[in-house]
Design a protein around this ligand. Sequence first.
Ligand SMILES: Nc1ncnc2c1ncn2[C@@H]1O[C@H](COP(=O)(O)OP(=O)(O)O)[C@@H](O)[C@H]1O
Ligand SMILES: [Mg+2]
Length: 255
Amino acid sequence: MLLNIENLHVSIGKNKILKGINLKINFGETHVIMGPNGSGKSTLASIIAGKTDYNIIKGKIYFLNKDLLNISTEKRACLGIFLSFQNPVEIPGVSIINFIKTSINSIRKENKLDKMSSKDILSKSKYVSSLLNMEENFIYRFLNDGFSGGEKKRNEIFQMIMLNPIFSILDEIDSGLDIDAIKIIAKGINTYKSIKNSILIITHYKRLLNYINSEYIIHVLYDGKIMISGKKELVNELENKGYNWIKSLNNIKHK
Ligand SMILES: Nc1ncnc2c1ncn2[C@@H]1O[C@H](COP(=O)(O)OP(=O)(O)O)[C@@H](O)[C@H]1O
Ligand SMILES: [Mg+2]
C-alpha cells in the first residue's frame, strides 16, 4: 500500500479540524475528495505533504510503510509526495526552468541518483510545456509572478509531470478555470498517471473528472470526517442533492 491514514485527528489552535480520517490508497489508484468549503480537505492535503502548523491529536499516516508524521516536509518530497497548492506562491526572481532544475536535482541527490543534465531537463520541459499549451517562453518567466489563475494551475501540472512523483495531491487544480483550460489540466493528469503512481484530486466539480481516463474512488469529507465513499455515480448524487444529506448519515458508508 502506498498511503494509509488511520484515525487521524487534527486541530488548529482550539479548533478540531479533522475528526478521525481513515483513507487507504494503493499503487496506481486515483482517489477524489469532495466536500463543502471548510470541511478540512486542504488541511488533510497539507498534513500529508508535511505542513507543520497543525496539532496532530492522534492517528497515524504511513507512506510506503514509513511513519510519515516523523518525516520532514523536504524528505517527504524526496520520498515522492507532491502537493499542488490551491493558491500557489509567487517567487519573483526564480524562473520556472531554474526552479524545476533545482527541485529535480535536489530530489535525485537525496535519492542518490545522478544529476539530470540541464539539456535533458530543458528538452523535457519543452515537451511538457507544449503538451500543456504553454507559450514557448513560459518556462523562462519568474515563478507565478504575474501569472493568471489558469497559468498558475497549468504550472502546477507542469511541475508534477516534470518531477514525476509517485504520489500527487491536486488541491482544487480546476477551480476558476474555463472549459478549455480544464481539458488541458485533465490532459496533463492523464499524461502523468500510470500504474506506478497514485493521485488524490480535491475538487468541487464533476467537470474535471469527466475528462479523467482512470477509474476513481470518491470520498466525501464532511465536518472533518469521510462520511461516504463510492464510485463515479456518487458525484452525480452530490451534484443533484448537494451536501446537506451527508450530515444525516450515521455510519460511514461505502457504496
Ligand atoms: N491556519 C489556520 N488557522 C485557523 N483555522 C484554519 C487554518 N487553516 C484552516 N483553518 C480552518 O480549518 C477548517 C478547514 O479548512 P480547510 O482545510 O481549508 O477546508 P477546505 O479545504 O475543505 O475548504 C476551516 O474552518 C478553516 O477556517
Ligand atoms: Mg481547500
